[in-house]
Design a binder for this molecule. Sequence first.
Ligand SMILES: [Zn+2]
Ligand SMILES: [Zn+2]
Length: 162
Amino acid sequence: MRHLKNQEEEEDAEKFIAVAAAVARKATCVRARCGSIVVSDGEIIGKGFNSPAGHLESQRRCDFPKEGLHRKVTDKTCCIHAEQRAIFDALKNAPDKIEGATLYFTRIGKEDHMEKSGKPYCTICSKSALDIGIKEFVLWHEDGICAYDTAEYNLLSFDYQE
Ligand SMILES: [Zn+2]
Ligand SMILES: [Zn+2]
C-alpha cells in the first residue's frame, strides 16, 4: 500500500473519488450508500452503486437479519456491491481495458457527504478485482488517499479484524 504523495496523482484521485461519490448518490440500499468507478488511462470505463440484485425490489434484503443465513451463503451483504457493479459495467463497456485499470471506491453518509474509508474487508470485491486484472484499489482514509496493489488488497481483506 502506498500513500499518494505526488500532487498530480493525488488531485486525479480526488477527482475520481468525487465521481464515485456522485455515483453513490444513486444507491438504493438502505444500509449503506457506496459508489465505485473503474478507470483505465484516465478514462472511466465502469461505474457502480449498491442496490438490490438486478435493481429489483423483489430481491431487496436490506432489512433481513444476517444471523439466520446458512454458513454456505458466501456473501451476507444485502445488495450488489458498488465495486461489483463497477467491475461488471467495465466488463460490458471496455473488457480490453480492464487489465491494469484502477478501482476507486467511496461511501456517502447522511447529508450526502463522503465518508473516509476504513480498512479493506470485502473479500467478494477484493477477489473479483484481483481476478479480473485490476491493478490498484484506491481508498481515501483518514490519513490520506492510499493505493493498494489488488493482490495485497485481497490478502488484507481476508486478514481483516475489528
Ligand atoms: Zn441493501
Ligand atoms: Zn464488496
